[in-house]
Design a binder for this molecule. Structure first.
Ligand code: S3P
Length: 450
């Protein structure tokens, strides 16, 4: 089932090597935040390199519904004319966030301390995901949320008229929850404090500081303590969105798996809260190097060079690394199938509440393709078969999950028989140029109905 239109069956098969440069799109997390913070600043924020994936476009439309003006100038150049903190107007219609958990959770945070009532919905995947993790802390500000059983969308949120600042210890490692509370704290008087025991992606903190908010971060025995002073006037920014390490993961892993490959993926942000997959692949013996290491906008950036790596071995992935590679486990499980020995992934129960239950989705497809996968509530183990030994030859379900679809298509570049996915449509949510980019590198990826 496709989120937008008919299912697009896609197939990948073993072929020649992948060669050349892969220019992946802008970072999804930073793109959402650029639009939302731009809408909360007073004046024009200019954005270069915005990810023009469906998730981000849905957030842009939502910002317009709250009164900001979002303009696409073409060629990845966008601007947002913001209405300021506390300046949101009540949308006339339901806010449809499509497939995007980041979009809905951050926007709920941003409106939670505004005097308005907003109804949110999404596609079948998003409407099945838990929102209590966000609405529970928002209730501390005085926000009321009424959704379906289990705290699911569609959900109506009544923003707090007289919000109070909160102190909140985030119970799950989630940047979305942390960010929702911080965005709500923007329109509450006084100091909102968020404490996370495990560091998650820190784009919201970095960008809020960039927009002029008074925000400090302290590492303490209790965890990372983030303190935000409410009701700032955010100043519009000029933002250059870095390329997405989570999208880079796909051409990188494809190059490791397809015989004879040598691919350069330029300008990838290596923010420590995002780069865990690349260190994990190196630990597995991948021929993956960071070239031209530099700093851009205060963040480490490098060109990634990935070459065919037939001698990778399984490892125990350090659980402490999980948050920094949480979106990359599906494609890591594919690489693990071709490594020798077991790859053990623990401390990953968050994978069960992503766009799909990613452990279940990957385990089912991997098993059908001949790979042994063991799993528990918060762990899974893939027993690698080594190159040349993975059968493939199946159609995997992508379950409205872009990363599941791309992972199985990467897998098919090295299995003995081709791999198909029942619907590649969701890929457009985060990586709309995936198919063209991969084909240009030499990947054998086709649409069944093409
Ligand atoms: C994101 C946070 C992560 C990640 C998602 C993007 C963000 O989700 O999986 O793709 O931009 O804040 P969680 O907060 O659920 O871990």
């Amino acid at each position: 089932m496709s989120s937008h239109g008919d299912p697009i069956v896609m197939t990948s098969r073993k072929g020649g090597p992948l060669r050349g440069e892969a220019h992946v799109p802008g970072d999804k997390s930073i793109s959402h935040r650029s639009l939302i913070l731009g809408a909360l600043a007073v004046g024009e924020t200019k954005i270069t390199g915005l990810l023009e994936g469906q998730d981000v476009l849905d957030t842009g439309r939502a910002m317009e519904a709250f009164g900001a003006q979002v303009i696409n100038h073409g060629g990845g150049e966008w601007s947002v004319h913001g209405v300021g903190v506390g300046g949101f107007g009540e949308p006339e219609n339901v806010i449809d966030c499509g497939n995007s958990g980041t979009g809905v959770r951050l926007i709920m945070g941003a409106m939670a301390t505004c005097d308005m009532t907003v109804t949110f919905t999404g596609d079948a995947s998003l409407n099945g995901r838990p929102m209590g993790r966000v609405t529970d802390p928002l209730a501390l500000f005085g926000t009321i949320a009424v959704g379906r059983a289990g705290g699911r969308l569609p959900m109506t949120v009544v923003g707090a008229k007289d919000p109070v600042p909160v102190r909140y210890v985030v119970p799950v490692p989630s940047a979305q929850v942390k960010s929702a509370v911080l965005l709500a704290g923007l329109n509450a008087p006084g100091e909102t404090v968020v404490i996370e025991k495990e560091a998650t992606r820190d784009h919201t903190e970095r960008m809020l500081v960039g927009f002029g908010a008074d925000l400090t971060v302290e590492d303490t025995d209790e965890g990372r303590v983030i303190t935000l002073v409410g009701q700032p006037e955010l100043k519009p920014q000029t933002i250059i969105v870095p390329r997405d390490p989570s999208s880079a993961a796909f051409p990188v892993c494809a190059a490791l798996l397809a015989e004879g490959s040598d691919v350069l993926v330029p300008n990838i942000g290596l923010n420590p809260t995002r780069a865990g997959l690349f260190y994990t692949l190196q630990d597995m013996g991948a021929d993956l190097t960071f070239e031209n290491m530099r700093e851009e906008g205060g963040e480490p950036v490098a060109d990634l060079r990935a070459r065919y790596s037939p001698n990778m071995h399984g490892i125990e992935v350090p659980p402490a690394r999980a948050a920094s590679m949480i979106d990359e486990y599906p494609v890591l499980s594919v690489v693990s199938a071709f490594a020798k020995g077991q790859t053990v992934m623990r401390g990953v129960k968050e994978l069960r509440v992503k766009e799909s239950d990613r452990i279940d989705a990957m385990a089912k497809g991997l098993r059908a393709a001949g790979v042994t996968v063991d799993e528990g509530p918060d762990w899974w183990i893939v027993t690698g078969l080594g190159f040349g030994n993975v059968a493939g030859g199946i159609t995997a379900e992508s379950r409205l999950d872009h990363r599941i679809a791309m992972s199985f298509l990467v897998m098919g570049l090295a299995t003995n028989a081709p791999m198909s996915v029942d619907d590649g449509g969701p890929i457009a949510t985060s990586f709309p140029i995936f198919e063209g980019l991969m084909k240009k590198l030499g990947a054998g990826i086709v649409r069944a109905n093409a």
